[in-house]
Design a protein around this ligand. Structure first.
Ligand SMILES: Nc1ncnc2c1ncn2[C@@H]1O[C@H](COP(=O)(O)OP(=O)(O)OP(=O)(O)O)[C@@H](O)[C@H]1O
Length: 834
């Protein structure tokens, strides 16, 4: 072999340039493509494609061939370099070593992760194909002397790369059905978008939105776990940053800028402290006098770098920002839950919703960890590689990069391995919280059935399950730490050899060795932080995503932007051929048509589950009908604002609930501008005023959770008093007298008569005796109106209503001795008494 005669040839320079820049540029393109892919991951078409085993193996084999060819090239070139000292050889060896590092990473990623194709990988293949082809072309045209086997390896690589790229070209990017290379990935969990099901049909998905909400919910967790931590972080960032940036708060924005500057200064300190230490050592070894000036600078830099220095200032400035973000996140989460529609609230488990709202602060944690731990860590690593590369030459840079690569790869590989453990851990935490919530919420039921011990046992086994799964996660963490410590030590040994070699040769001063030790220490801590942080951030991300799910959930019932106010002056309510189904499988209402004239009372009767409550829910727009329309005074209720609609309607529910507050506050809840006199008058109307005054604390009596400290009759009358205070135009009564004895019922009937006077009323009744004077009685069966008319006309029809009436009469005769006693209380609207 002879040295090239045309070293000044531009082609040689071009070869050097390609060899120098190809590996880092490809690495960079991989990162950029990964980020871009993650940013557009919501777009189904851009998601990576899961591969068949055969294609998978072919790709893996080709990647291994390329990796091996670089290993062989490095070995052959090194062997050649023993005899021939030539700069181009050194460049080629370095190029091979960097390529080994890159391809080892790509191959390991492809082999250990669930194999999938995506832009990042395609990108690397294409860039490398271009680079290797250019190298080959330049080498041939420059007539550079080249070893036969090295040349053969140089030819093998573009061929293998072309085959890889060919696979990309043959395989349609967006193929969704089973094709020559891909499986139908529409069902693949791996290929679900990050926030799969989080837009409208979420893990909190409603029966209405999804036929298979349960299975989807459980798959959600799996899908979330399958997505890499980095892409999850980006998703959280995309979502959280607009929420966390203090818009229109100049003071806070300045603080945020201050925090950014502190981070920058901290990075500069990371560079300068070890350099300064090296300078002191060099001065000491040269001059044998104390370099006071250098030492003072070093001490100052160390002070600034310590936890009492710049980082303390950063933390100080971060505090108001942290409070701001907490306020925004918690308030936004709570507001969203309160704004969601009835379908969500029917479906939810309160434990998981509270958990999700509380865990909203995790979003803040993720942002904080990424901003203050991960971004600085990455920049510290890049700085360390650059400084060591510049100080000790390319091999030191290579060793540092290899060590970092191995470290990060082992972290993510172990993290991948403990995916199942982590999933179990997360599930067990949820189970523990839910068990606790359910048991305490249902304490009374547990007591009725003497199941307190059972609940205690259930809770304690949930806690044990949680602790058990936590133990395996923590054990894996220890293993991870051990592996990483090993990698760090091996890296340090290699680096020390290179540094000592330079120092002993006299090419570098002793100070550079001290500087290396300083950098290594600086490298170790962020890397260890990374390994611990990765697990905690993965867990945080699952929680953060749960919170994001909540925020992304849109209410299914909303007011139209051009909604008008409801006109309530007359008070006609009409249902026009209304049909509705909760789950789109079973009809709850079918072709309901009726009209309630102003001030009239329309009664809904029928067997249980026939759709009576659903009719009232539709009028309140808790749900929208699937077809047909509901009108009030000729206005379709879906065209008026929800606010004005619900303002106009008063509801006395079957099972009234109060807040755990005083009687007075609970009554005032119905009308914030009601005076004490108004409240007393309303209570007097329902015959409760005297009774409340007789309580030791009077109106200040705390009613207990959901009003547990009041009797059923009292509760029902408080509900009526509240509607009286609200003074609505329409009244909906759902079994308002269901929980009372005959005497109380008589009182309540009196109150109801007052309440319904002049108001259009829809009333649900099981006891037909309470509605015999209603203007219109609708008899429902299986969601349809089977009979309609007044009591007398329905009895004359001798149909279903008549049978019900007779049944109840018989039942009443058996139980009370009188079927429909003439004195039995009847629901007689005030307007109908004469
Ligand atoms: N949130 C819901 N999700 C799914 N199905 C529901 C829901 N609420 C009610 N249903 C179903 O819709 C049907 C009608 O229920 P609805 O509550 O209107 O009956 P009802 O006539 O008021 O019964 P009851 O007299 O027992 O109160 C029932 O079959 C019920 O199981």
């Amino acid at each position: 072999m002879s040295s090239p005669s045309t070293t000044a040839d531009w082609r040689v320079r071009a070869i050097e340039g390609v060899q120098l820049f190809l590996p880092p540029l490809t690495g960079l393109s991989y990162i950029v493509a990964a980020v871009v892919q993650c940013l557009i991951s919501q777009d189904r078409n851009s998601r990576p494609v899961r591969l068949r085993r055969a294609v998978n193996n072919t790709i893996l084999a080709l990647m291994v061939i390329i990796l091996t060819s670089y290993c062989l090239s490095a070995a052959l070139l090194s062997y050649e370099a023993v005899d021939v000292r030539r700069q181009t050889l050194q460049d080629s060896i370095l190029f091979s070593l960097w390529s080994i590092l890159l391809w080892a990473f790509l191959t390991a990623r492809f082999a250990t992760g669930s194999p999938r194709l995506g832009y990042p990988l395609w990108n690397c293949w294409i860039v490398y194909l271009a680079g290797e082809s250019a190298l080959l072309g330049l080498q041939l045209s420059a007539h550079l002397p080249i070893h036969g086997s090295i040349f053969a390896l140089q030819v093998v690589r573009p061929v293998a790369l072309s085959m890889l790229c060919g696979l990309v070209l043959v395989r349609p990017f967006n193929k969704r059905k089973t094709g020559s290379y891909g499986q139908d990935d529409s069902s693949s969990e791996e290929n679900r978008p990050l926030l799969h099901g989080l837009r409208s049909d979420t893990s909190y998905s409603t029966v209405r939105n999804s036929d298979s909400s349960t299975s989807e919910s459980s798959q959600d967790t799996t899908a979330k776990e399958d997505i890499s931590t980095s892409s999850q972080s980006l998703e959280v960032f995309k979502f959280a940053v607009p929420l966390l940036w203090p818009k229109r708060r100049l003071g806070l924005q300045l603080l945020a800028i201050g925090v950014g500057l502190c981070l920058l200064v901290e990075r500069l300190l990371v560079v300068y402290v070890p350099i300064q230490l090296g300078v002191i050592t060099n001065t000491l070894s040269r001059e044998k006098t104390l370099p006071w000036q250098q030492i003072t600078i070093f001490v100052l830099l160390r002070l600034l770098e310590s936890s009492g220095g710049v980082s303390a200032l950063r933390t100080y400035m971060w505090l108001p920002l942290e409070q701001y973000t907490y306020q925004r996140i918690t308030v936004t989460g709570f507001n969203r839950v309160m704004d969601l529609s009835c379908d969500f609230h029917d479906e939810k488990s309160s434990g998981s919703v509270w958990h999700a709202i509380n865990r909203g602060t995790i979003v803040q944690n993720v942002v904080r960890k990424v901003l203050f731990q991960f971004v600085p860590m990455i920049s510290d690593l890049l700085i360390a590689i650059t400084v060591l590369h510049v100080t000790f030459g390319p091999y030191m840079g290579l060793i540092t990069a290899t060590m970092i690569g191995l470290f990060l790869w082992s972290s993510s590989a172990i993290s991948e391995l403990q995916k199942a453990n982590r999933k179990r851990y997360i599930t067990s935490i949820r189970k523990e919280v839910n068990t606790r919530c359910e048991a305490t919420n249902n304490w009374l039921t547990a007591t009725y059935f003497n199941r307190i011990d059972y609940e205690k046992h259930r809770h304690s086994s949930a806690v044990n399950d949680r602790l058990g799964s936590e133990l395996s996660v923590r054990r894996w963490l220890r293993t991870e730490n051990f592996v990483q410590a090993l990698i760090l030590s091996l890296g340090l040994i290699c680096a020390c050899f290179i540094a000592i070699h330079h120092v002993s040769n006299g090419t570098k001063p002793v100070g550079s060795f001290v500087m290396l030790l300083g950098y290594w220490a600086q490298l170790s801590s962020p890397l260890e932080l990374f390994s611990n942080g990765l697990t905690s951030i993965t867990l945080d991300l699952v929680d953060a995503e749960e919170f994001m799910t909540l925020l992304r959930k849109a209410p299914s019932i909303t007011g139209k932007p051009d909604a008008t106010e409801l006109r309530t002056q007359t008070g006609v309510v009409s249902f026009n051929d209304v049909s509705f189904s909760y789950d789109k499988k079973r009809q709850a209402l079918n072709g309901i048509t009726f009209e309630a004239q102003p001030g009239q009372t329309v009664a809904l009767v029928g067997e249980t589950g026939s759709g009576k409550s659903t009719t009232l829910k539709l009028l309140l727009r808790l749900y929208d009908p699937d077809c047909g329309s509901i009108e009030i005074n000729g206005q379709n209720i879906s065209d008026v604002s929800l606010q004005s609609l619900r303002d106009a309607i008063g509801v006395v529910p079957q099972d009234p609930a109060l807040f755990n507050d005083t009687l007075f506050s609970n009554l005032k809840y119905a009308n914030q501008i009601a005076t004490v006199e108004d409240i007393h008058r309303a209570c007097a109307a329902v015959r409760l005023h005297e009774r409340f005054l007789s309580f030791p604390d009077g109106y200040e009596t705390i009613v207990g959770e959901r009003g547990i400290k009041l009797s059923g009759g009292e509760l029902q009358r408080v509900a009526i008093a509240r509607v009286l205070l609200k003074d609505p135009s329409f009244v909906l009564l759902d079994e308002a007298t269901s929980a009372v004895d005959s005497e109380t019922e008589a009182h309540i009937q009196h109150s109801l008569a007052q309440l319904t006077t002049g108001r259009t009323t829809l009333v649900i009744a099981h006891r037909l005796s309470t509605i015999i004077k209603a203007d219109l009685i609708l008899v429902l069966k299986d969601g349809c109106i089977v009979e309609r008319g007044t009591h007398q006309s329905l009895i004359k029809q001798n149909g279903y209503y008549c049978r019900l009436w007779k049944q109840q009469a018989g039942l009443d005769t058996k139980t009370n001795g009188s079927a429909l006693k003439p004195e039995a209380p009847e629901f007689v609207p005030m307007g109908m008494t004469n």
